[in-house]
Design a protein around this ligand. Structure first.
Ligand code: GDP
Ligand code: MG
Length: 694
C-alpha cells in the first residue's frame, strides 16, 4: 500500500475535485490541504458546481467533532456528498484539512473539517482554532457531532472545541457588522449512537448547561462582558440511533434530519436567513482565502473589514469584466468617429453598451458591501463615460461639420439660376441645418440622471457654435451675392454711360459737361434703384445697403472718369482737336472743302480756326457744367468707400478727379496741336503756290 496521504484518502491528486462519474455537482475539493495551504481552484470549482451566480441563494454548513465519529458518513447521508469515509478495516484518519462538496440537488456547500480533535490526537490545537475561525466566518450551521457517551464529559474534546468556537466567535462577531448582518450561527448538536435510555431532553439539558458554563468561563473583553451565548448562537439538538445496531431507525432519523435542511416549509428548517453570512457565492473563494490567510498569519480577523476587502476585490473584478465587454463593443466605433464620420444610431448603441455594463455590474456587485458597491459603481460610470464622452463629442463635431457642409451645398444649389429669393433660400437651409443637428445631437445623448451627467452630455454649446458659423456663412454668401449684383449693375452702368459720354466729348459743345453729368446722374439713379429693389430679397441690413450704394456711386464715378480718360487720351484728344480745326480751316461754313487761292486770307482763317480749337482745351481740361445745378459732388461716404472685394480703401481725391488735364498737360497738348495746325497751314500755303505755278 502506498503510504502517501493522497492515496490514503483514496484520492490521487488528479482526481481531486473530479468525481469519477463525471458529474460536476458531485465533485469535491480540498480547500485547505494538510500543509494548511488554501486551494487555487475554488473559483473554478464553484463555477463547475453551478453556484457561481447563486448570489445569496446558497447555504454553507460545516461539521466539527472528534475523529471517526461518523461525520463524513453523516454528511454524505444528509447532503448526498462524496466525502471519504474511513475504511472499517483500516481505522485510520481519512480527511485531511478541510474538504468541500456541493449538496446533491441543493445549493449547499458542505465543509468536512478535519483536525478538530487535536486533543485526542495529542497534537497542537492550532488547527482547531484556525478551522473554527474559518468555519464560523462563513457557515450558517455548525454541526457538532459527538457520541452519546461523550455528553457531559466536560473535559472531553468537544467541550474544549466549543470553548474555542465561542472565543473566536466573540472576536469575529462581537461587534455587529456594519451592514447589519447579525453573524448569528446555529450550533446543531448531533448525538450519535443514541441508545435511548437517556432521553434526548436530558442530554440536551446537560449540553446546554455545559454550554453556559463554558460561556461564563470565557474571559470576555470588557465591551462584551454582558453578552449572552444566545446573543450569537441558536442551539439545536438531535439524536441518531446506532447506525449498525438500529440501522432502519438510523436511516429514518437521518432522512428526517435531511428534511430539516431541505424543506423550507418544515417548521424546524435549519438554514434560517438570519444565519446567512451574506457573502455572495461568487465572492466565496476570495473571501475564504483571505480569511484563511488572516487566520494563518494570526492577524486579528475583523469581519466588516474582510467584507469590505472582499467587496473591493469583487466589485473591481466585476467592474473590470463589465468594462472589458463594454470596451470591446465601443472600440469599432472609435475609428469612424475619429475619421470624421457621423455614426448612424451612435447614441442608441452607446446607451445600450452602457446599460449592459451597468446592469451586469449591478447584478453581480450589488450583493456586496453597499458603500463599496456604490463607490465602485461611480468609478465604473466614470470609466464608461471616459470612453463614451469622446465618442459623443466627436459625433457632435462631425455632425456640426456635416451640417455646415450640407448647409453650404444647399445654399449653393438654391442660388442657381436667377429665379430665387436669397432670403428664402438661406432661411430654409438654416432651419434644416439646425434641425438636423439638434436631431443628431439629441440621439447621441447618453442619459444620465445626475446633474454632472447632464452637463456631460450637453450639446447646446456646439449648436450655438454651429449657429454662429451658419450665420457667418450666410453673411458671406449675402456679401458675395451683393457684390455679384453690384458688379452686374456696374457693368450695365458702364454700358449705358458709354454713348452719351462719347457723343458729348466728340461734339465738344460748351455744355458738353452738362449733358455728360446729366447722363451720369440719370444712369446712376437707375443703378441705385436697381440695387435697392434687388437688395430687398437679400435681407441686407440698412447699413449694408448704405455701404453698397456708396461703393456703387464711387465705382460709377470712377467708371465715368475712366471713360473720360479713354476719350481724352493724347492720341484721341489730338485727333479731336485736329478734326475740330480741320472742320473750320479746310472746310467752309457749308462743309465744302476749301481750295485756297492766293488772294484768300489764309493767315486770318488759320488764326481763327486755331484760336477756336485752342479754346477747347480748357473746356476739356476740367469737368465743369455751365449750369451750376448740374455740378456733381461724390458724397463723403462714397469717397471713403471701398470698391473692391479686399475691403481696402484706396485714397481718393474727388476734387482732383474733376480735373481732366493738368496745366502742364494742357500746355503740352497746345504745343502738340500747334505743330499739327502749323503743318496744315504750310500745306495750305503750298497748295496755293502749286496752283499759281500751274
Ligand atoms: P469521521 O472520521 O468522523 O468522518 O467518520 P467516518 O464517517 O469516516 O466514519 C468512521 C467510522 O465510523 C466508519 O467505519 C463508519 O462506518 C462508522 N460510522 C459511521 N457512522 C456511524 C454511526 O452512526 N455509528 C457507528 N457506530 N459507527 C458509524
Ligand atoms: Mg471524515
Amino acid at each position: 500500500m502506498d503510504g502517501s496521504p493522497a492515496k490514503q484518502n483514496g484520492l490521487s491528486s488528479l482526481t481531486n475535485g473530479h468525481a469519477p462519474n463525471g458529474n460536476a455537482s458531485s465533485e469535491r475539493i480540498q480547500i485547505i490541504d494538510d500543509e494548511k495551504k488554501f486551494t487555487t481552484d475554488l473559483t473554478t470549482q464553484i463555477q463547475r458546481w453551478g453556484l457561481r451566480d447563486a448570489g445569496f441563494n446558497y447555504d454553507i454548513v460545516a461539521v466539527f467533532g472528534s475523529q471517526s465519529t461518523g461525520k463524513s458518513t453523516l454528511l454524505n447521508r444528509l447532503f448526498g456528498t462524496t466525502f471519504d469515509v474511513m475504511d472499517e478495516t483500516q481505522r485510520q484518519q481519512t480527511t485531511k484539512g478541510i474538504w468541500m462538496c456541493r449538496g446533491q440537488d441543493m445549493n449547499v456547500m458542505v465543509m468536512d473539517v478535519e483536525g478538530t480533535d487535536g486533543r485526542e490526537r495529542g497534537e497542537d490545537q492550532d488547527f482547531e482554532r484556525k478551522s473554527a475561525l474559518f468555519s464560523l466566518a462563513s457557515s450558517e450551521v455548525l454541526i457538532v457531532n459527538l457520541w452519546e457517551h461523550q455528553v457531559g464529559l466536560y473535559q472531553g474534546a468537544n467541550m474544549g472545541l466549543l470553548k474555542t468556537v465561542f472565543e473566536v466567535n466573540l472576536g469575529l462577531f462581537g461587534k455587529k457588522s456594519q451592514d447589519g448582518t447579525s453573524g448569528r450561527t446555529l450550533l446543531l448538536f448531533v448525538i450519535r449512537d443514541h441508545i435511548g435510555t437517556t432521553p434526548l431532553a436530558n442530554l440536551q439539558a446537560t449540553l446546554t448547561a455545559d454550554m453556559h458554563r463554558i460561556w461564563e468561563s470565557l474571559s470576555k473583553p470588557d465591551e462584551f462582558k454582558d453578552r449572552q451565548l444566545s446573543d450569537y448562537f441558536d442551539l439545536s439538538f438531535t439524536a441518531l440511533p446506532h447506525k449498525v445496531l438500529a440501522a432502519d431507525k438510523f436511516e429514518a432519523e437521518v432522512r428526517r434530519l435531511r428534511n430539516r435542511f431541505v424543506d423550507k416549509e418544515n417548521p424546524e428548517y435549519l438554514f434560517k436567513p438570519a444565519y446567512h453570512k451574506r457573502i455572495p457565492a461568487d465572492g466565496i473563494p476570495f473571501y475564504m482565502e483571505n480569511i484563511w490567510e488572516q487566520v494563518q498569519t494570526n492577524k486579528d480577523l475583523d469581519l466588516p473589514t474582510q467584507q469590505e476587502l472582499l467587496a473591493q476585490f469583487r466589485c473591481d473584478e466585476i467592474s473590470a469584466g463589465a468594462l472589458a465587454e463594454f470596451n470591446e463593443q465601443a472600440k469599432p466605433q472609435k475609428r469612424p468617429i475619429e475619421a470624421g464620420k457621423v455614426v448612424e444610431g451612435l447614441g442608441g448603441m452607446m446607451r445600450s453598451w452602457r446599460k449592459v455594463a451597468l446592469d451586469r455590474y449591478d447584478r453581480d456587485a450589488s450583493r456586496y458591501h453597499q458603500g463599496v458597491y456604490k463607490r465602485k459603481r461611480s468609478d465604473l460610470i466614470a470609466a464608461l463615460d471616459t470612453t463614451l464622452s469622446p465618442l459623443f463629442l466627436g459625433q457632435l463635431k462631425n455632425l456640426h461639420k456635416s451640417c455646415l457642409v450640407a448647409f453650404k451645398q444647399e445654399i449653393l444649389n438654391g442660388l442657381k439660376g436667377d429665379d430665387y429669393s436669397f432670403a428664402d433660400v438661406v432661411n430654409a437651409a438654416r432651419t434644416r441645418c439646425e434641425k438636423r443637428f439638434v436631431e443628431g445631437a439629441t440621439e447621441a445623448v447618453v442619459d444620465d440622471e445626475t446633474e454632472e451627467g447632464k452637463a456631460h452630455w450637453s450639446w447646446e454649446e456646439e449648436l450655438s457654435l454651429l449657429k454662429e458659423e451658419v450665420g457667418s456663412v450666410a453673411d458671406q454668401c449675402r456679401k458675395d451675392e451683393t457684390k455679384k449684383m453690384v458688379n452686374q449693375i456696374e457693368r450695365n452702368f458702364k454700358k449705358s454711360i458709354t454713348e452719351p459720354v462719347e457723343l458729348a466729348l466728340h461734339k465738344a459743345a460748351p455744355d458738353m459737361w452738362d449733358s455728360i453729368l446729366k447722363a451720369f446722374k440719370e444712369t446712376l439713379d437707375k443703378a441705385e434703384a436697381t440695387y435697392l429693389s434687388k437688395a430687398r430679397s437679400f435681407n441686407c441690413t440698412e447699413e449694408e445697403n448704405t455701404t453698397a450704394i456708396a461703393s456703387l456711386r464711387k465705382r460709377a464715378w470712377q467708371a465715368l472718369r475712366a471713360k473720360i480718360d479713354e476719350q481724352t487720351a493724347d492720341a484721341v484728344i489730338l485727333g479731336k482737336l485736329r478734326g475740330h480745326f480741320e472742320e473750320r480751316f479746310r472746310y467752309d461754313e457749308h462743309g465744302v472743302p476749301r481750295v485756297w487761292r492766293p488772294e484768300d486770307d489764309i493767315d486770318g482763317a488759320f488764326k481763327k480756326a486755331k484760336d477756336q480749337t485752342l479754346e477747347l482745351i480748357p473746356l476739356y481740361s476740367k469737368i465743369t457744367p455751365q449750369d451750376p445745378s448740374l455740378s456733381y459732388a461724390l458724397p463723403e461716404d462714397a469717397i471713403a468707400s471701398s470698391t473692391d472685394s479686399s475691403d481696402l480703401v484706396e485714397e481718393f481725391d474727388f476734387e482732383a478727379s474733376l480735373t481732366v488735364f493738368s496745366e502742364t498737360k494742357s500746355l503740352d497738348l497746345t504745343n502738340k496741336f500747334r505743330r499739327d495746325a502749323d503743318a496744315y497751314y504750310v500745306e495750305a500755303k503750298r497748295s496755293t503756290v502749286s496752283s499759281v505755278a500751274q
